[in-house]
Design a protein around this ligand. Structure first.
Ligand SMILES: [Zn+2]
Length: 201
């Protein structure tokens, strides 16, 4: 082994992150090695509290501070709790919040159905969504999964599961880049997709 173990360890850890290849992993590692101690220590502290300091909202499964049962959005009386936007990832909640026009609440699936990757309904928060609709006062569900093959497939599956429950189902309007990720859609595009949402039921 040419490199001391601690260096190789960090390079390997960085390499496992999405979008980071071996070269970038090495560059980041050596950057931290040469940077002031404070940067590496701060990063280490942030990483160790990332998991211990966070948990999932028991209503919408968005990320929340640990010790809180509900996220700020679910706990807010200013939000319309009868309107639920279903998204794949917590980052999509952030993207929709940036539009500043959405006043409803969310449900985070934590992924999309993908038969190819072996991701089925039990791997996502689909059962919880059905229960939420069944037991709550949800009037409309906006299916805001990604405009990708998996996202469309997930929306079609949800439609099939939720149609018998007499809830209004809508899908974000087209105009989002096909195959793309909601996270990267700009504010105007998301605003138009929300206000032009189409009936699915
Ligand atoms: Zn919540």
């Amino acid at each position: 082994m040419l490199l001391p173990e601690p260096i190789q360890h960090l390079i390997n850890a960085f390499s496992r992150l999405p979008g980071i290849g071996p070269k970038t992993a090495s560059r980041l590692t050596f950057y931290l090695l040469n940077a002031q101690d404070e940067l590496a220590l701060d990063l280490a502290e942030a990483l160790s509290s990332l998991k211990s300091g966070t948990s999932y909202c028991q209503t919408c499964f968005n990320i929340t501070a640990s010790g809180q049962n509900e996220c700020e959005i679910c706990a807010s009386s200013a939000r319309d709790h009868s309107l639920v936007c279903v998204v794949e990832e917590p980052l999509h909640v952030l993207a929709l919040e940036r539009t500043a026009i959405y006043t409803g609440v969310y449900h985070v699936l934590h992924g999309a159905l993908s038969p190819i990757e072996g991701i089925g309904p039990d791997d996502l928060r689909i059962h919880e969504l059905v229960e939420r609709v069944r037991s709550g006062n949800v009037k409309e569900l906006i299916l805001a999964t990604n405009p990708s093959m998996e996202g469309d497939y997930t929306a079609a599956y949800l439609r099939q599961q939720l149609l018998p429950l007499a809830v209004r189902l809508t899908r974000l309007a087209r105009g989002l880049p096909v195959g793309g990720d909601m996270e990267y859609a700009d504010q105007n595009t998301l605003q138009r997709a929300l206000s032009g949402r189409q009936e699915m039921s």
